[in-house]
Design a protein around this ligand. Sequence first.
Ligand code: NOJ
Ligand code: NOJ
Length: 706
Amino acid sequence: MRIVVRAFMTMFVCSAAVVHAQDFKKQVIYQIVTDRFYDGDRSNDNPGESPGLFDATRKNWQAYWGGDFAGIEQKLGYIKGMGATAIWISPVVNNENLNCATAGISGPYHSYWNRDFMNIEEHFGDNTNSFAAFDKLVGSLHANGMKMIVDQANNHSNPRNCGEKGSLYNNGTLMASVDNDPKGYFHHNPNVPDNGWDDRYLIQYYTLSDLADLNQENPDIDAYLKSSAALLQSHGVDAFRLDAVKHATWGWEYSFANSVFSNRPSFLFGEWIFGGPGDALYPDAEKFANQSGISLLDFGMNNAMRDVFGGDKPFARLDAVINTEDKDFTYPNDLVTFFDSHDQSRLLNLKNNRDRLHEAMAFLLTARGVPVILYGDEQYLFDTGNDGKDPNNRVWMSTFSTNTKAYKLVGKLAALRQANDALAYGLWKQRWMNDDVYIYERQFFGDVVLVAINKSGTASYPISGLFTSLPAGSYPDYLGGMLSGSKLTVSAGSGGNDAAADVTIKPHSVSVWQSIVPASGPQVGSIGPHVGQPGMTVTVAGDGFGTATGSILFGSAAATIGAWTNSSVRFSVPSVSNGSYDVQLKSSAGAAANTIRFTVLAAKLVPVTFTVRKAIPTNPGDYVFLAGNTVELGNWGTTFQTAVGPMLTPDHPDWFLNVSVPAGQTVEFKFIVIRKDGSVQWEGGSNHTFAVPAGGTGSVDVNWQP
Ligand code: NOJ
Ligand code: NOJ
């Protein structure tokens, strides 16, 4: 494995100098199920390595239908023309080759049944599993100023109960299968039971729907998964959507993110399914997003949007979710937002009403977060079979019209995201609401976007008493009446509350009013990643930085600047002590911007499994946590959000947890119990110490000190 890693490093040095900004807030992501999009290369439809999994008639929903990288590349003009600036595609690495059905076909067309994370799926590329077609696609994307987001499934390989039985390969060399696993590459546990989905141990260590569960604490698997990501990065991948992050080992994922960010700038967002802020593991999701550097798909907003636009719930449902999440997530503008996905029935299945689809799209593209449009929504595609659920939501992209209203709507609002920083970086404020009408504002310094949506098909609403941060003036509907919007007149008020003249909002309408004020000084809207060790490359984005190089300060320490433009600065984290910093950008003239929060790690992260045996008695709702002397260990924090944990206790009263800690450092720590009522009980004795290895993985096993 070591040799492989070194080969990748050489590739980094040789690869062309593409600028990879970590700031994804200005992106509009187009999600593609690669197999279902466009068949650009007939020669890979039924490849020799895995014959018989293809259905040329496109009737068997569990078979490959022919879509491939060449097809996406051929349709790049269509995708770019819609205003999308990034694509998120199915996992690209090699899938299992055998049929998983005894009658008919069940194949990995969706690409989540990987066998070899070190080369490319032959149905998408070519018969030799080479990177050629993938590289060509990435090259075309970058030439068009677009970004490549690859779906990566670290949790599992392929099904253990059919086909190749989980078999895992390292660029063609068999490593193990579930039935022949001498080195412990897999967890061999039952499926997560129906009542186990809120159990922190079961969801990480049991098996997700018979998908062979990888053991990320094993040093070979740790190196393998990180090498796979590095390999893809060396082929130009700009960002990853991480599959099933709730089911892989959480602590290990911090080190995975750190490994990706240490290779080169990137953006990471994970699939952590949660119903909303009331979900049992919502506090864990919040902590994970705030600390790991991995942002999350916003399932809270997704559920609320589907209830409101795909059903008839009032806007208060959506408003409540956004208000709560904006308080809980440190970087809400980094959450990745969506109302449709390849795992859900499409909005048109929930409510076959194109006006509602347009309203949902307009909301998504103006709300906070990085928006994702699922392929085919802009063509109003949906299939009614199986209630439109998986697999019938993965429709064939049968038409590529550039004249649909949805296609044009995405284009208009994607352009606004580039032009008006309020959409990418702005705060969120509700300005007026009833069951059918939602008026909200985004604001970033002088840049303001005010949006009014009426989702009723019949009721017009006269709106009075509306206030806004838009300056006094007269505002046409930015959408030019595309969705029946109105114009707005604003008169001067005070304290960011200017009075809007009474306005009538028509049924099924969206109005967008906006104003841009050139920055008079530096304004910071983004930092990415928001956690890393000294030396890591980080990007700050915003406006008004000036063209002459200024400074980036961590306390009194200045970072080394790699590149400086009026809207973005690339720098490397200075050698300061670990902890949380309010990073300060100053223009060359010394004008100070607003600060933005960044966590400096003590060193690169190494995953270590901490075990404490014979802990003191606990009652239901009490948990053992880990507290320690570096930021990775919570700097002796003793609350749910600041200590490390909760730890897991399948063998009570022993507790364990995999935690990413600073490589090569000797850390001090203790175990604590945080009781249900929040009170804290410390272990006795002196602090434990542990010399973290310089690389690989580690483990430490101690008894609770009474
Ligand atoms: C979530 C993905 O989105 C879904 O499509 C997939 O089947 C599972 N994870 C397992 O990889
Ligand atoms: C924090 C640490 O200094 C630890 O060593 C100590 O046990 C606790 N405080 C309790 O005093």
